[in-house]
Design a protein around this ligand. Structure first.
Ligand code: SF4
Length: 255
């Protein structure tokens, strides 16, 4: 079995510093093995972001039992799609069959609403498509297959984009979102994007390889074995992607 290597890594964010002890296997692994680290990082980034928001006298309105945002198009990386597929496969029956039925039903309803075909051609989207399809998806009112009693039934395993979605506007506004009614808090870096970038892009595509959560099971079943790379390279690249987006945000702020 490959030995593990441990290192301490620090990340300076506008709202504070994150110090983590990172353990990576000494060998080639798929991106999936780096996901726990990406999730831990996302949780820390969100924690600091919430503290920063609260220091300005505002508070995050997202609560358990409010699942309005769980009817949006949730972007995930291929490793997250594989993780969700494995999670569903590991569920005992009849829960596994019920979750699979909800995925099928969600896809049927998105097809009926004319959104599904757009989801399949996401590599060709421009900014207008992103807005249009995002709104069309929300208007279709299709709940995430993991949403139960308006709460996330896979909370510890939820995708990174779900962890990074925060609003300070009244929770009821999320049921009828408008640009004026939603005050979204954007963390200083997007860890889901940094993790998704670790996967090879689709041939001929220059965009970040991503998939809508609702297509996770399909994607995981259609894909061959994931490629592997040295774990240390993946960890270093994850941190590079995160610092790259922090620098870009800094440049935006000072522009
Ligand atoms: S995974 Fe959980 S938090 Fe994310 S959209 Fe689905 S129900 Fe909501």
């Amino acid at each position: 079995m490959a030995a593990n290597q441990t290192a301490r890594i620090g990340l300076q964010l506008p709202a504070g510093r994150i110090d983590l002890e990172v353990t990576a296997p000494d060998g080639d692994v798929p991106v999936d093995r780096v996901l726990p680290l990406a999730r831990a990082l996302a949780d820390k980034v969100v924690e600091l972001t919430v503290l920063e928001v609260e220091s300005r006298g505002r508070s995050i309105s997202c609560r358990a039992g409010c699942g309005a945002c769980c009817r949006q198009l949730v972007p995930i990386g291929a490793a997250e799609a594989r993780g969700l597929s494995e999670l569903v496969a590991s569920m005992p029956e009849p829960r596994r069959a019920e979750i699979r039925r909800r995925f099928d039903e969600a896809l049927r309803r998105l097809d009926e609403a004319g959104v599904l075909a757009d989801l399949h051609r996401r590599d060709a989207w421009d900014a207008d498509d992103r807005r249009r399809v995002g709104l069309g998806y929300f208007d279709a009112g299709v709940a995430c297959p993991f949403l139960e009693a308006e709460s996330c039934s896979i909370h510890p395993d939820r995708p990174i984009a779900c962890r990074e979605y925060l609003v300070t506007s009244p929770a009821e506004n999320c049921s009828h979102p408008t640009p004026e009614g939603i005050d979204a808090v954007k963390p200083p870096t997007s860890v889901w994007t940094a993790a998704a970038r670790l996967e090879p892009p689709a041939p001929g595509s220059r965009s970040i390889p991503w998939t809508p959560l609702v297509l996770a099971l399909q994607l995981a079943e259609a894909e061959p074995e994931p490629p592997t790379r040295p774990a240390r390279t993946l960890v270093a690249e994850l941190f590079r992607n995160i610092s790259g987006s922090l620098q870009a945000a800094d440049a935006d702020r000072s522009a």
